[in-house]
Design a protein around this ligand. Structure first.
Ligand code: C2O
Ligand code: CU
Length: 464
């Protein structure tokens, strides 16, 4: 059966299969810092929401999916009282933020029991990069399940002098499935090995919402791929899209693009100059490998319509010319590299017999709580070659310290391109450079197909 909003990637009509008109685009509530501080409470709890007219039970922050959008600036202090009303252990990770990974900050080793509260405190350095970030649980073993059920939200670190646009939108994209009774579907062992994907691909918790604009308006879209496993291959045919950056990295120049590929965890900062007409934001099929003869993810052959973009009415006055990024991104050059290492991502072995399925490993082992796997020295600039001996792509994520792409599957990356989730293609490799500067501490790196993380593809790193 084809889910509402699903297409084979060629039909851009955008009509849900049930013919319903769809919902109006809206965004979660915004919590903005002021005077250098943001104080907020965030409760994670089961909640009932309406999706495309159907009442369903999800997990949400502050009663909805996504949770509130946090808007902060470099130099801010964030105090966040987290309440765990899930009935299961959880915690909170601020994905991509360059803050301490220890103490009460972005510490993924902190676990908050059911019914517990925890006071997180984050300090953004005065030189923290602007960009699009996000938050989600990081409880090893149930990360995928909790995130898939709705626990995610966006964080924007504003620029000191923001670009002049007519409208800014935050689009948090995530997939989800429900069973007949309206509960979030549970994944089989095999679906977890593939990386679970949902029947519905939602934008801000909405199925195929409509966004309205006037011709000539300039919009800035902050897009988060909060899908547990699905790669997004975004198109907006008939409209001009310019990519300002991926993750925290702002490119030196905006790039005209037809498609934007966002791995799970990646974010895009996009300019859209609205042209009269009706367009559909789509995700097209993407081949992220397979489990051989056992099967492939559905997204290899199935895309989805995500949102309608309806541009009509009187033309808007033209907006100010686009300013270049205020600071040129730093280039980590070969001669600065102080150390090199190779990591190997693999799937294999039937840990615990057929029923347990495959182990997902980094350098031959699955995550172990008490073990530290990598110990770069503070101040080092390392070059990592991350190899993938498996038949599936793995989006590789390192906390705290961004990675500059050097080479993807043999193709050199010439312009500075810094991300916190990088592609490691099946049977291929990626080369990245990382500056372990500014922040020290112990945290993790892992596959951001979060089922793979839960199945073991994670390691611990300490920088001291
Ligand atoms: Cu978005 Cu370690 O995760
Ligand atoms: Cu993976």
């Amino acid at each position: 059966p084809v889910a509402p909003g699903a297409t084979d990637g060629t039909d851009a009509s955008g009509s849900p299969a049930d013919g319903s008109a769809g919902e109006t685009f809206r965004e979660p509530e915004v919590r903005s810092s002021s005077g250098g501080r943001l104080d907020l409470e965030l409760a994670a709890a089961a909640t009932t929401v309406s999706i495309d007219g159907r009442q369903v039970r999800v997990l949400g922050f502050e009663g909805g999916i996504p949770g509130p959008t946090l808007r902060v600036r470099a130099g801010d202090r964030i105090s966040l009282r987290f309440r765990n009303e899930l009935g299961a252990t959880t915690n909170l990770h601020t994905h991509g933020l360059e803050v301490s990974p220890e103490g009460n900050s972005d510490n993924v080793f902190v676990m908050i029991p059911a019914g517990g509260t925890f006071d997180y405190a984050y300090e953004l350095g005065d030189d923290h990069p602007p960009g699009v970030f996000w938050y989600h649980p990081h409880h090893h073993g149930t990360t995928a399940e909790q995130l898939f059920a709705g626990l995610y939200g966006a964080i924007i670190v504003e620029e000191p002098d923001p670009l002049e646009v007519d409208r800014e939108r935050v689009l948090v994209i995530a997939d989800i499935s429900f069973d007949a009774s309206g509960d979030v579907a549970t994944a089989t062992r095999f679906e977890r090995m593939l990386g679970r994907e949902g029947d519905l691909v939602l934008v801000n918790g909405l199925l195929l919402p409509t966004m309205a604009a006037a011709p000539g308006e300039r919009e800035r879209w902050r897009i988060v791929n909060a899908c547990t496993s699905r790669y997004l291959r975004l198109r907006l045919d008939g409209q001009r899209m310019r990519l300002l950056g991926i993750d925290a990295g702002r490119f030196a120049e905006p790039r005209d693009v037809d498609e934007i590929v966002l791995l799970p965890g990646n974010r895009a900062d996009v300019l859209v100059d609205a042209a009269a007409g009706e367009a559909v934001l789509q995700t097209l099929p993407f081949d992220r490998g397979s489990m051989g003869a056992m099967g492939a993810p559905r997204s290899a052959t199935t895309g989805a319509d995500l949102a309608r973009f309806v541009v009509q009415g009187d033309a808007a006055a033209s907006v100010a010319p686009l300013r270049a990024a205020s600071a040129a991104p730093r280039d980590l050059r070969d001669e600065e590299v102080t150390g090199r290492r190779t990591l190997t991502l693999a799937m294999g072995g039937m840990g615990g017999g057929m029923g347990q399925g495959m182990a997902f490993t980094i350098d031959g082992r699955t995550f172990a709580e008490g073990r530290t796997d990598l110990e770069p020295r503070a101040g080092a600039i390392e070059e990592w070659t991350i190899e993938n001996t498996s038949t599936m792509d793995h989006p590789f994520h390192l906390h705290v310290w961004p990675m500059q792409l050097v080479e993807v599957d043999g193709a050199p990356v010439s312009e500075v391109d810094r991300r916190d989730v990088v592609p490691v293609p099946a049977g291929g490799r990626v080369v990245v450079r990382i500056a372990f500067e500014g922040i020290t501490g112990r945290t993790v790196y892992h596959c951001h197909i979060l089922d793979h993380e839960d199945l073991g593809m994670m390691g611990a790193i300490r920088v001291a």
